[in-house]
Ligand binder design. Structure first.
Ligand code: ARG
Length: 413
C-alpha cells in the first residue's frame, strides 16, 4: 500500500492532482493536507467539500500561530521584497513543514504539490521537502498541465470543480497578505478594477489614528489593548483596510527570472512595518540604521526565497535581535488617503535629545553652536582639494592647446 500526501486546497490544480497521482504515479492512496495560515473560512469549506466528493482522506493543520510569529519576526527585519511584505513567501515553509509532518505520520512515501513550473512556490515547498527521503512530486509541472487541460480532464472525470469560468484571478490569501494575479491582470498596462480588492477599500477623505506598542521590536498592543500575534494581525487588517492602506501593484522579479505583474493587499503588514521603522528611527543610531538596511535586505531576500531556515538567516537574526533590545515604545499611526503614516513615536531608549537638537537652546552642557565652526571648515575638505586639482589640470590643458595652435605644430584632425 503506497501513500502520497498532497498539499490540497480544493482548487482546480490540486483537485486534478488526486486522480493523477494514482493514474500517472501509481500511488494506491492519496491524502490531502490543507494548512491553515489564516485563509478565509470559505476556502476550508471548499477544501472540505471537494475532499469529501473525491473521497479523499483530508487533514487540516492549524499553523496560524507559527505563521503569525514568523510574520512578526519579519517586521523586526522590516522585510519586504519589491514593496511586497512576503505573505505568500513566508507562509510556504510553514505549510511545507506541516504537510511533511502529516506525510511522515501517515507513512507516506511521496509528497506532492499542485504548483506550476513558473512560480516561486514550487521552489519554496521543495526546499523543505527535499530535506526528507520522500519522493517529491509536482504533477502540474511534470506533466506540463495547462488550466484548459485540467478543466477538460476534470469534466471528463466528473471531478468536483467549480464551473470553470476561466476568467478568474488566481488568489492566495493568508493572515499577512492577499495576492491576486493572472488573467487580464497579467498585462502590466491593464488597470486593476476595484473588484480585485477584498481587504481594502479605495481611500476616502476619512482618517483615524491608532497607537501601537512594541516590545523589543515585536508589536504587542493596539490602543492599550494587548493582542496575541494572530489576533493583532487580524485586528489591524480590519482597522486599516477601510482606509485603503497596503495596496501594492508591482512588476515582481520572480526567482526563475520571470517578471510578473502582481497585486497585493496587506493593511496590517504595512501598518506594522511603517510603525516599526518609525520606532527604529527614534532609537537606533544612524550607523545602526544604515547597516541594518543591508541586514534587512538579506533577510527579505531569504524570506522571498522561502529559505528562512538558512544559517545566514540565523546569523542575521542575531544582529536583528541585538538591535531590537531597544525597539520598545509606542508609535501613533494615522490612516489617511491609503497611507499608514507614523505621526508620533515615543521610547525610553530614544537616541534623541530635544535640548541638543532644538533651535531654541544655545548652550547645552559643554556644547555650543560655535563648536560646529571647526566641523564646517573641514566638511567636504577632500572634495575641495580634488576639485581644485581638476580645475588646475583643465586650465593647464587649455594653455597647452593654445600654445600648440599658435606655434603651428598642431594638426586639424
Ligand atoms: N508572487 C508571489 C510570491 O511569489 C505570490 C504569488 C501568489 N499566488 C497566487 N496565486 N496569487 O510570493
Amino acid at each position: 500500500m503506497t501513500r502520497v500526501a498532497l498539499a490540497f486546497s480544493g482548487g482546480l490544480d490540486t483537485t486534478v492532482c488526486v486522480p493523477l497521482l494514482e493514474e500517472e504515479y501509481g500511488y494506491d492512496e492519496v491524502i490531502g493536507v490543507t494548512v491553515d495560515v489564516g485563509q478565509p473560512a470559505a476556502e476550508f469549506d471548499e477544501a472540505e467539500e471537494t475532499a469529501e466528493a473525491l473521497d479523499l482522506e483530508h487533514y487540516v493543520v492549524d499553523a496560524k500561530e507559527e505563521f503569525a510569529q514568523l510574520c512578526l519576526d519579519s517586521v523586526r527585519a522590516n522585510a519586504t521584497y519589491q514593496g511586497y511584505p512576503l505573505g505568500t513567501a513566508l507562509a510556504r515553509p510553514v505549510i511545507a513543514e506541516a504537510i511533511l509532518e502529516v506525510a511522515e505520520e501517515n507513512d507516506c512515501t511521496g509528497i506532492a504539490h499542485g504548483c506550476t513550473g513558473k512560480g516561486n512556490d514550487q521552489l519554496r515547498f521543495e526546499a523543505i521537502w527535499r530535506n526528507s527521503d520522500l519522493e517529491v512530486i509536482a504533477p502540474v509541472r511534470e506533466l506540463g498541465l495547462t488550466r484548459e487541460w485540467e478543466q477538460e480532464y476534470a469534466d471528463e472525470k466528473d471531478l468536483p470543480v467549480e464551473g470553470g469560468s476561466g476568467g478568474d484571478w488566481s488568489i492566495d490569501t493568508n493572515l499577512w497578505s492577499r495576492s491576486v494575479e493572472g488573467d487580464e491582470l497579467e498585462d502590466p498596462s491593464y488597470v486593476p478594477p476595484e473588484e480585485i480588492y477584498e481587504w481594502t477599500q479605495a481611500p476616502t477623505g476619512e482618517s483615524q489614528e491608532i497607537e501601537i506598542a512594541f516590545e523589543e521590536g515585536y508589536p504587542v498592543a493596539v490602543d492599550g489593548v494587548e493582542y496575541e500575534p494572530v489576533s493583532l494581525i487580524e485586528h489591524l487588517n480590519e482597522v486599516a483596510g477601510p482606509y485603503g492602506v497596503g495596496r501594492t501593484d508591482s512588476m515582481e522579479d520572480r526567482m526563475l527570472g520571470l517578471k510578473v505583474r502582481e497585486n497585493y493587499e496587506h493593511p496590517a503588514a504595512t501598518t506594522l512595518l511603517n510603525a516599526h521603522e518609525a520606532l527604529e528611527g527614534l532609537v537606533l543610531t544612524q550607523e545602526e540604521r544604515e547597516f541594518k538596511q543591508l541586514i534587512d535586505q538579506k533577510w527579505s531576500k531569504k524570506g522571498y526565497e522561502g529559505l528562512v531556515d538558512a544559517p545566514l538567516v540565523s546569523a542575521l537574526e542575531a544582529f536583528v535581535a541585538e538591535t531590537q533590545k531597544r525597539v520598545t515604545g509606542t508609535v501613533t499611526i494615522r490612516f489617511e488617503g491609503g497611507q499608514a503614516r507614523a505621526v508620533a513615536r515615543d521610547s525610553d531608549y530614544a537616541a534623541y535629545s530635544a535640548e541638543h537638537a532644538s533651535f531654541d537652546t544655545e548652550t547645552v552642557g559643554k556644547i555650543t553652536q560655535e563648536d560646529a565652526t571647526g566641523v564646517a571648515k573641514y566638511h567636504g575638505f577632500q572634495r575641495r582639494l580634488a576639485n581644485e586639482a581638476i580645475a588646475a589640470n583643465a586650465a593647464d590643458e587649455d594653455d597647452e592647446e593654445v600654445e600648440l595652435a599658435t606655434d603651428g605644430s598642431g594638426t586639424d584632425e
